[in-house]
Design a protein around this ligand. Structure first.
Ligand code: ZN
Length: 357
């Protein structure tokens, strides 16, 4: 197993966000990554530094105007009067036919909601998050790795073709699905984050070469609110290649796995060449975003079920905001892929024995 990350991803540090009628304290903090990195260190695993693949793979999924906005919005914003806030956030909500004159008009167009503020380092971290995902794709192609993990922060599955939202800016899963299409005919994306990945759905909605299957909380009054319902099947030649399993709020762990089994079965029927797994730890019972109650032990089962599809897999880490349990839950997830402290200890022992011989 290989795990990819880039230290620049730690720099993005949102100060606030706007959701459900209130300005809120950020949940998507750099500390989340510190917890995952700590867990990796405790297991004596190594993290590979992401390589740079440039912006071209990002532009195969997102519009040029949108990428330019992500890159330059903060510096344009900072040239405005001092009483403007420290982060780019829109208070105007018209995305269509927007003339894009001035950074606030651009923010209105390219920020799809109030939960994707742009600060000084947002673009840098977002860029490297996408490069982390692309490094996973590259490892799958060049080293024939069966199971790869990308610590992709900021996350990506809510990012639209031309809109940031839900803590997401670049749609990492969509970027690598498109990138890997040069080498594989059929790609399945399975999303087990608490929230529906409406950005991925939108990008591949009319295509049959990339299947999107998601298990998530019922979007009625729950993010992303406007998409993720069971009757969204895809359109044109993409009809049937989009499958949503919205769970009732307050679902038990058993209910979650009942839906996940159906989702895995749908993916298996498609017979993909590879699987991209959008992994969220916000399905954890004590997560502030949870609408279901998956236990720490349950994350090992999630990994086992993804592994059971039986094709090379890239897992991209998305949500998960119960910071004090994130490390433990991540270790459980790795255990499901066959990595746990005991096996690592045994490996070290074997190494010592070899050296002694
Ligand atoms: Zn989520």
């Amino acid at each position: 197993m290989q795990i990819f990350f880039h230290p620049e991803q730690l720099k993005h540090c949102p100060q606030s966000y706007y959701s459900r009628g209130k300005m809120r304290q950020p949940q998507e903090k750099p500390e989340r990554m510190h917890e995952l990195l700590k867990a990796i260190e405790q297991l004596s695993l190594t993290v590979k530094t992401a390589k740079d693949f440039g912006t071209k793979p990002l532009l195969d999924v997102h519009t040029l105007g949108y990428i330019d906005f992500l890159k330059n919005a903060y510096s344009e914003w900072k040239q405005l009067p001092e009483d403007w806030g420290d982060e780019v956030l829109s208070n105007v909500f018209i995305r269509e036919n927007n003339r894009e004159i001035g950074v606030l008009a651009k923010a209105a167009k390219y920020l799809a909601d109030g939960s994707a503020p742009i600060g000084q380092h947002t673009w840098t971290s977002t860029y490297w998050s996408a490069q982390t995902a692309l490094s996973c794709a590259d490892a799958l192609l060049s080293q024939k790795e069966q199971c790869i993990i990308g610590l992709t922060r900021p996350a990506g599955h809510h990012a639209r073709k031309d809109g940031a939202g839900g803590f997401c800016y670049i749609n990492n899963a969509a970027v690598i699905a498109q990138y890997l299409r040069q080498h594989f005919k059929r790609i399945a994306i399975i999303d087990t984050d608490m929230h529906h990945g409406q950005g991925i759905q939108e990008i591949f909605y009319d295509r049959s070469d990339v299947l999107y299957v998601s298990v998530h909380g019922d979007p009625t009054n729950f993010y992303p609110v406007v998409a993720g319902f069971a009757d969204e099947y895809g359109t044109g030649s993409g009809y049937g290649y989009n499958k949503n399993f919205p769970m009732p709020h307050g679902s038990s762990e058993e209910t979650f796995f009942k839906f996940l089994d159906q989702a895995v079965d749908y993916v298996q029927t498609y017979q993909p060449d590879i699987v991209i797994h959008v992994m969220g730890f916000d399905i954890y019972v004590d997560d502030p975003q949870a609408k279901c109650s998956v236990s720490t032990a349950g994350f090992a089962q999630v990994a086992e079920k993804i592994k059971s599809i039986g094709v090379p897999t890239i897992s991209l880490i998305e949500g998960g905001y119960c910071i004090e349990k994130l490390g433990e839950n991540f270790k459980s997830f790795l255990k499901g892929f066959g990595i746990h402290p005991a096996s690592q200890h045994e490996q070290n022992q074997q190494q010592v024995l070899v050296e002694l011989e």
